[in-house]
Design a protein around this ligand. Sequence first.
Ligand SMILES: O=c1ccn([C@@H]2O[C@H](COP(=O)(O)OP(=O)(O)O[C@H]3O[C@H](CO)[C@@H](O)[C@H](O)[C@H]3O)[C@@H](O)[C@H]2O)c(=O)[nH]1
Length: 221
Amino acid sequence: MPLVFSSTAAVYGTTDAVPIPENAAMQPESVYGETKLMTERMIHAFHTAHGLPYTILRYFNVCGAAPAGDIGEAHPSQSHLIELACMTALGQREKMMIFGEDYDTPDGTCIRDYVHVQDLADAHVLAVEALHAGKADAATYNVGLGHGFSVKQVLDAVDAVVGTPLDREIAPRRAGDPPRLVADATRIVQELGFKPQFTDLQQIVQTAWNWHKGHPHGFEK
Ligand SMILES: O=c1ccn([C@@H]2O[C@H](COP(=O)(O)OP(=O)(O)O[C@H]3O[C@H](CO)[C@@H](O)[C@H](O)[C@H]3O)[C@@H](O)[C@H]2O)c(=O)[nH]1
């Protein structure tokens, strides 16, 4: 039975590679990243010993919601940038904190590769199809757009979609945040034919905003 494993860009930790290829050094800086890396290694060991076909997908920053606005993120301790910004726009939070403005990036804020959840779902379908076709039986792919946006660019996009500027405050850096995490997505594009549909930041934010506006209390009525 082939296996598709959900891994994370957090396996790379802080790296000088921009964008990050799958064979970059892996130095996770979080417990989460460390456990994902350990699991990747166990899967590979099992493949070597018993021939288990597998595909590992390393997600970058998954975001957005179903374009129809009926499925989206809803969990009690939200920490994701776009979700928090939407909640702020709804008045559920007072303002947006920008965690660090002194990074070595063009505007001083962290850069991430924001991949829409629907494109991520499509990547899984491609991975399963390739495994069933007998291709890519021990493969690892980054899943991202291959370009990044800064925290300020994301907040500007939220302001544009929502129609009013959110209050912002510069806060200290958040521990364990690498300055840049941008996928080198060449491998998944070339080998699996991955073609993300959501490449425009405002379009991505719009789907998240539609979900939050229509479901201010998540899945609760
Ligand atoms: O209120 C906030 C929230 C976030 N950020 C910044 O926004 C960026 C993105 O943060 P967030 O949305 O929390 O995502 P990440 O911390 O980059 O982590 C995501 O992406 C990782 C892979 O890159 C996954 O492993 C994690 O599960 C997933 O949460 C970071 O630079 C944060 O410092 C702020 O400035 N203010």
